[in-house]
Design a protein around this ligand. Structure first.
Ligand code: PXP
Length: 238
């Protein structure tokens, strides 16, 4: 069964808008787990506009399921993550200041850089996942640099969902099968929502985890976070 990790960046964004502690990000994370989230994901960006580096330690202490920290591995990120030791780190190739992650690593071009960085995280006992486009040579590269998992970028799939999902899912299926054959776990994320999640999770084999933030938090404005976590879990289970 594919696990649901809830990305709480948007909750931090609302908190930061007024400089206080409303909504309480830590209570929100604990409540998400109470309501059925099987992981909590955060993505501190260099400008700390939503998750702050100072949020990592308290979240690590309270998360009972799986704590996943995403981000670009600059020195600050690497040092903070190794100090906090989440269960999983998901490395993204984002340039600073980008609005959201919209492409995966070139694991061949950045082979030396990634190999070194991944070794450091693994020495600290942290599982490493690499954000990737659904391209077969990038998966082989991920294996070469020592990743434990890949996270498939689903933004293009999501964009095409109502017109052309059959075409877009094909590469994800091939790449997920290849990753599994190579001993790499497969996660996925970006723009997954209540429309497109079920089709994705029932077609892509061996999908261990999806991390979902934007749509899930937007849905919570209408249905409430407890209902919404149940609705997303239902899409993964039905
Ligand atoms: N995976 C990665 C690497 C991301 O950067 C994000 C967005 O922070 C997500 C998954 C979740 O995407 P969304 O917020 O669209 O659900």
């Amino acid at each position: 069964m594919t696990r649901l990790s809830v990305n709480i960046n948007k909750v931090a964004l609302i908190r930061n808008a007024r400089g206080g502690n409303l909504p309480d990000l830590y209570k929100f994370a604990a409540d998400c787990e109470e309501y059925g989230a099987q992981g909590i994901t955060v993505h501190p960006r260099p400008d700390e506009r939503h998750i702050r580096y100072a949020d990592l330690e308290p979240l690590k202490d309270l998360v009972r399921t799986e704590f996943n920290v995403e981000g670009y591995p600059n020195d600050k990120f690497i040092n903070k993550v190794i100090a906090v030791k989440p269960h999983q780190v998901t490395l993204v190739p984002d340039p600073p200041g980008v609005l959201t992650s919209s492409e995966g690593w070139d694991t061949i071009e950045h082979k030396d850089f990634l190999s070194g960085v991944i070794l450091g995280f693994k020495d600290a006992g942290i599982r490493v996942s690499l954000f990737l486009d659904a391209k077969i040579d990038m998966v082989h590269g991920a294996k070469e640099v020592g990743a434990d998992r890949i996270e498939l970028y689903t933004g293009d799939y999501a964009k095409s969902y109502f017109q052309d999902k059959e075409n877009h899912i094909r590469d994800h299926i091939v790449v997920a099968k290849e990753a599994h054959k190579l001993g790499l776990g497969v996660n996925a994320g970006h723009d997954l929502n209540l429309d497109n999640l079920h089709y994705y999770s029932t077609h892509v084999p061996n999908l261990k985890e999806v991390s979902i933030g934007h749509a899930l938090i937007a849905d919570a404005l209408y249905y409430g976070i407890q209902n919404v976590i149940g609705m997303y879990r239902h899409e993964l289970a039905r």
